[in-house]
Design a protein around this ligand. Structure first.
Ligand SMILES: C[S@@+](CC[C@H](N)C(=O)[O-])C[C@H]1O[C@@H](n2cnc3c(N)ncnc32)[C@H](O)[C@@H]1O
Length: 278
């Protein structure tokens, strides 16, 4: 389903990745990381998602957000996910099967061509998705189309210009983190640009909430994030394998000293669809 087969971003076309099972696992590991679960739920309250709402999530992956949404909308509400990856749609259906709360439906589809009539949902969300899509404006325009007048569109993304990591070699850390993000993502600063995207499709009363993922113990999600950055730094020729290994060892030494710190900024933005008559 990728519009850009040459993209280095694995989430552009998850089904084409040989390590799709591992990628899916990272979504679940991230979803369960307490700091990540807190910032995701703070964003859902900020939107806000309410009991009885009909909510669409574009790009649900394995469904960590779908499960939170089902609890928020309750039995009177409904939650629908649309993802272009067959593997992830199957995984989300399995993982969401026994979830209490609102009914969860997961469909195969592309956020740039949502398979729904206009005005069908109270709220449409994309969480760590806009960063990955080939044409963010088209996806956000589609999200605005399928919510009712007065309904909300909410976006949340990391901003890879705002990752701070303590490390004895500061220059190497900057070279790897910025260098890899610039080669993978069309817009590594996606987070801070979300409010402008909402305004560009005609949404009103746009509000912004920034939040921070913080880890001081090198949790499994952070560890896999740093390992993937190291692997990609070698793949893109930013550093050699020995330097990448030395970089990872630097973090482990900090953990041993109780001095590990990594933060990553997330931006959330919400806009309201104006009444149809204006
Ligand atoms: C990083 S994952 C985020 C999953 C989930 N929202 C979460 O926070 O755990 C990105 C997801 O966006 C999906 N995706 C990529 N391109 C898409 C598109 N054009 N339309 C809808 N989803 C897309 C991917 O298949 C993947 O499931």
């Amino acid at each position: 389903m990728s519009d850009s087969p040459a993209s280095a971003d694995p989430w552009r076309d998850a089904d084409a990745q040989p390590n799709i099972a591992q990628l899916a696992k990272t979504l679940e590991v991230r979803g369960r990381a307490p700091a990540h679960a807190r910032l995701r739920r703070r964003f859902l309250r900020f939107v806000p998602v309410r009991a009885g709402d009909r909510v669409l999530e574009v790009g649900p992956g394995t469904g960590t957000v779908l499960r939170d949404l089902a609890a928020l909308v309750g039995r009177r509400g409904a939650v629908v996910g649309v993802d272009p990856s067959r593997y992830l749609v199957r995984a989300a259906r399995t993982l969401c099967r026994a979830t209490p709360g609102g009914r969860i439906t997961v469909r195969l589809g592309d956020g740039a061509r949502l398979p729904f009539a206009a005005g069908r949902f109270d709220t449409a969300l994309a969480i760590t998705v806009i960063l990955h899509v080939a044409d963010p404006l088209t996806v956000v325009r589609e999200m605005a189309r399928v919510v009712r007048p007065g309904g909300r569109v909410g976006l949340q993304d990391q901003d890879f210009g705002l990752v701070a990591a303590a490390h004895p070699d500061r220059a190497l850390t900057e070279r790897i983190l910025s260098g890899v993000a610039a080669r993978i993502y069309a817009e590594p600063h996606s987070g801070r640009r979300l409010p402008a995207l909402l305004r560009a499709v005609g949404l009103e009363r746009v509000r912004v909430r920034s939040d921070v993922y913080q880890d001081t113990t090198l949790e499994p999600f952070t560890q896999s994030f740093l390992e993937r950055r190291a692997e990609n730094a070698v793949r893109f020729g930013i550093v050699d394998a020995a330097t990448a290994a030395r970089w990872l060892d630097g973090f482990n030494a900090l953990v041993a000293d109780g001095a590990f710190v990594l933060t990553m900024n997330y931006f959330g933005a919400v806009g309201v669809k104006p009444p149809a008559s204006r």
